[in-house]
Ligand binder design. Structure first.
Ligand code: COA
Length: 374
């Protein structure tokens, strides 16, 4: 058996941002247009008027201040309210492969490695651009990697489940190394016309290089162990899929074809599930709260992370013990905990332990316990 290690990470951040102020202005203009258009039905009580959104609510309820997006055009137009992307030909790289490539190259450089050192590619994300061929195989081709590649989707937990798959293959010897890549274009799956969730998501791509410990060219994080768990829930759901055309009204502009959630229930049910999951994982490894130097948590909601950190450590965590990046990136689905790890792990000392944990739709929760070396 070999010890798998995280030897490099990469974050590709899109150049466009949408601030809360821009978001709220666009939403309120959309709501005014909608209410004017449906004035008679609203007066008759058959259609509900849309309330305005507010910056104060967004920051207070979520901790999010802005988000990055791949394509800003359309999002802030009250007559559009989705990103308007250009059609790419089948002979040019797809948008997910393009952003994945940028994150992957940063991770390789960070690890002091090249594509020749990689044996497999896993593209793990909440949404995949097409049914087939796998985006991962396109990324593999663009990077010039031998071996194999596949896509997987476990929603917000895709990255940690992908890391578990790669780590287990490295441990068993079936591969020497793998890139786990998370290109997330959440701006295309949220409903910008729904004030309950229009502020939640942003776009990004992250990449994690895993290798045998002995192949590391610099400081690395040994993967001590991983834990994945799932439990079915309809509280976060998106009904879009290949059967859409076949169903009555499937092609209509339907609310359930974008991200939907019962946010309050998610909050209430996921916080205890994740806290227990992390504590069980630590107990299995005979680690107490004082043995964990840092938690790199999924980035959905600041209060959620505050609750989880407090439960796991048994006290209010210091900011450096449980860093957040969601104020800048919003919820980037599976990529959130990896951005946090990539940006807030270099200062850990030899022998320090930390834990990456993502959670979300499914429900799903995945944790990766790491130990710094070098
Ligand atoms: N602007 C102003 N008011 C808003 C608003 C907005 N954009 N969106 C909702 N509100 C209103 C609601 O209508 C509600 O009004 P009411 O009390 O009159 O009914 C009030 O603000 C509170 O809304 P609620 O949805 O209960 O807020 P919340 O405190 O639960 O926060 C979330 C909402 C989504 C931020 C929070 O529930 C959450 O983070 N849940 C978990 C999300 C998560 O992790 N999802 C995983 C996705 S992968």
């Amino acid at each position: 058996m070999y010890t798998p290690a995280i030897t490099g990470t990469g974050v590709f951040t899109p150049s466009e941002t949408v601030t809360n102020a821009e978001l709220v202005t666009a939403f309120n203009a959309y709501a005014d247009l909608y209410n004017a258009k449906h004035a008679d039905e609203i007066a008759a009580g058959t259609v509900e008027a849309k309330d305005h959104s507010s910056e104060e609510f967004i920051v207070k309820a979520s901790g999010i201040e802005q988000r990055y997006v791949m394509v800003k055009d359309g999002i802030l137009d009250p007559t559009v309210m989705y990103p308007k992307m250009r059609q790419r030909s089948d002979d040019e790289p797809s948008i997910m492969a393009e952003m994945a490539l940028k994150a992957a190259n940063i991770a390789l450089e960070n690890a002091g490695k090249t594509a020749a050192d990689v044996g497999a590619v896993i593209c793990a994300a909440s949404n995949l651009e097409r049914a087939y061929p796998a985006v991962a195989i396109e990324i593999q081709d663009l990077l010039g990697i031998q071996g194999f590649a596949f896509d997987m989707n476990v929603a917000c937990s895709s990255a940690t489940f992908g890391i578990q798959a790669a780590a287990d293959m490295i441990r068993s010897g079936s591969i020497r190394s793998a890139l786990v890549i998370n290109p997330e274009i959440c701006s295309a799956h949220i409903e910008w016309r729904d004030r309950d969730c229009h502020f939640i998501f942003g776009d990004v791509a992250t990449a994690t290089l895993l290798e045998r410990e002995e192949d590391a060219a610099g400081p690395y994080f040994a993967v001590k162990s991983t834990r994945c768990a799932t439990s079915f829930s309809n509280n976060i759901r998106n009904n879009n899929g290949f059967l859409r055309r076949s169903r009555p009204d499937g092609m209509k502009d339907r609310r359930d074809m974008q991200f939907m959630q019962n946010g309050r229930k998610v909050f209430k049910e996921v916080v205890p599930m994740v806290s227990q999951h992390i504590m069980d994982h630590m107990a299995d490894e005979h680690l107490g709260a004082d043995d964990i130097k840092r938690l790199w948590l999924h980035q959905a909601n600041k209060s959620m992370n505050d609750f989880i950190g407090k439960k796991v450590l048994g006290r209010t965590p210091e900011p450096h013990e449980q860093p957040n990046i969601l104020q800048d990136y919003a919820n980037t689905s599976s990529a959130g905990s990896i951005i946090t790890f990539a940006k807030h792990s270099a200062d850990l000392k030899d022998g320090d332990h930390g834990l990456i944990c993502s959670f979300g739709a499914g429900y799903s929760v995945g944790s990766v316990l790491v130990e710094k070396h070098g």
